[in-house]
Design a protein around this ligand. Structure first.
Ligand SMILES: [Mn+2]
Length: 430
């Protein structure tokens, strides 16, 4: 791992929050992700399943975490199963967690090699009444492959049909959405790496630079700061490309006078950041670009103040829509009749701003969080309004990451990343 080791106290706390919600005499199992094959012996880089990482800090393939708070013996309450390693295996496969290192990382004392999993699970199942299985219930998830977790669940249900089944996912959605201070520090660190990348761009971008050269600058800056790289596939969209919301080709040349929409951010220690900035290729905004930019900025700043404990996600979006509508009227993009005749299911403003304003962010960029439940302190949200105008061949989105506070306005984790027109122009022309 490139990142500095996280204090195992975080994972101890996370497990305590999970087990506090478990029914009496129940077991929960969490699996690593697979390493996905390409062809021949090529593979995609490993990406750990965020749930087992959240509960253990183990960032390695072929790992299983078993939690059994009511186990008859103390050493059975928390168990890790890891891929076997020793000095000989390490020469061939590189360093994997030893039992001692696994304890240092996770705070879990009982560590077995993976070949003992079925035998020990069987013993636990004879004691337990209920099994917590971990299904993916994220509101945006579409999964085509069978994950290691899904494979385990299928096998387990066939093998142990007499046990009660319970769901881990709603518990994880709730506890993962409220961040511990250590997690907020890690997300802040990811945001700070993103800031370094963005500042580097402000002196790099000139007419005729290509979108992929911009991507390369960011990758360089992120990795040299101990990030694995982008937290999600970067969007580097100059000119009219900004009006394709999920443009990821990043293969065009940036033309003088155009804007570049950059939805680009670093990960750190598996935590995301999620930033969008829109900058002028030539280092100066036109008057029209500036007017639309400042409208988006105003919506972002006003929306941010509404992210407070008790706010409902759906109601928040209705309120942001009203602010956006007033800005679009001011820009002449909508007229009064458009608004008076609007369909409440698809209000007029959606012609120019068709996506959501906020999502939870954390270990996943679109993180866990139950959107029908009111917001709480220490949730981390993005705030990302945009105005997209294909007729004028540009689109603008601005996005920060903020922490909901017990009292007062949210804390902006991207407060140091330039966003005002004057500051962007000054830095681009130094
Ligand atoms: Mn986002």
């Amino acid at each position: 791992m490139k990142y500095h080791q996280i204090n195992s106290a975080l994972f101890v706390k996370n497990r305590r929050k999970f087990t506090a919600e478990m029914k009496p005499n129940s077991v929960a199992v969490f699996n690593s992700n697979d390493i996905y094959p390409i062809s021949a012996d090529s593979t995609l880089p490993f990406a750990q399943h965020r749930d087992i990482f959240y509960l253990s800090g183990v960032d390695q393939e072929e790992s299983v975490l078993l939690l059994f708070p009511d186990a008859p013996y103390e050493h059975q309450k928390e168990i890790l199963f890891l891929k076997e390693t020793n000095d000989h295996i390490a020469v061939w496969e590189g360093e994997k967690l030893s039992k001692e290192r696994a304890f240092q990382v996770s705070g879990i004392r009982t560590v077995y090699w993976l070949q003992d999993f079925h035998k020990i699970l069987n013993e636990m199942m004879t004691y337990a009444d209920t099994m917590y299985i971990n299904t993916n219930e994220h509101y945006r998830a579409t999964v085509e492959t069978e994950t290691r977790e899904a494979r385990f669940v299928k096998w387990w249900k066939e093998r142990y049909p007499a046990h009660n089944v319970a769901k881990s996912n709603p518990i994880l959605q709730r506890i993962r959405s409220i961040k511990e201070s250590e997690e907020i520090d890690l997300i802040q660190h990811a945001c700070d790496i993103t800031e370094k990348g963005f500042r580097r761009l402000l002196s790099f971008v000139k007419p005729n630079v290509t979108e992929y050269e911009i991507e390369a600058e960011l990758a360089h800056e992120f990795i040299r700061n101990r990030s694995k790289g982008f937290a999600y596939t970067p969007i580097i969209a100059s000119g009219n490309n900004a009006n394709v919301l999920h443009y990821i080709e990043n293969n065009q040349q940036c033309k003088a006078g155009d804007l570049i929409l950059l939805d680009v951010a670093a990960e750190y220690a598996n935590y995301s950041s999620d930033m969008t900035r829109t900058i002028p290729v030539s280092g100066r905004f036109s008057d029209r670009q500036k007017a639309v930019y400042n409208a988006v900025l105003k919506v972002k700043n006003e929306a941010t103040t509404m992210l407070t404990p008790g706010t409902l996600w759906k109601q928040y979006h209705i309120e942001v829509g009203k602010i956006m509508t007033s800005e679009l009227l001011g820009l002449g993009l909508l007229d009064k009749a458009d608004v008076q005749n609007e369909n409440p299911e698809w209000p007029a403003y959606k012609k120019y701003f068709m996506h959501g304003t906020s999502h939870h962010m954390g270990l996943d960029t679109h993180d866990y969080g139950l959107l029908h439940e009111p917001m709480k302190a220490n949730m981390v949200f993005t705030v990302e309004p945009g105005i997209y105008i294909p007729n004028e061949k540009f689109g603008i989105r601005l996005e920060d990451n903020v922490v909901v506070q017990e009292k007062g306005a949210p804390f902006n984790l991207m407060r140091n990343i330039p966003v005002e027109v004057d500051e962007i122009e000054t830095l681009m022309n130094e």
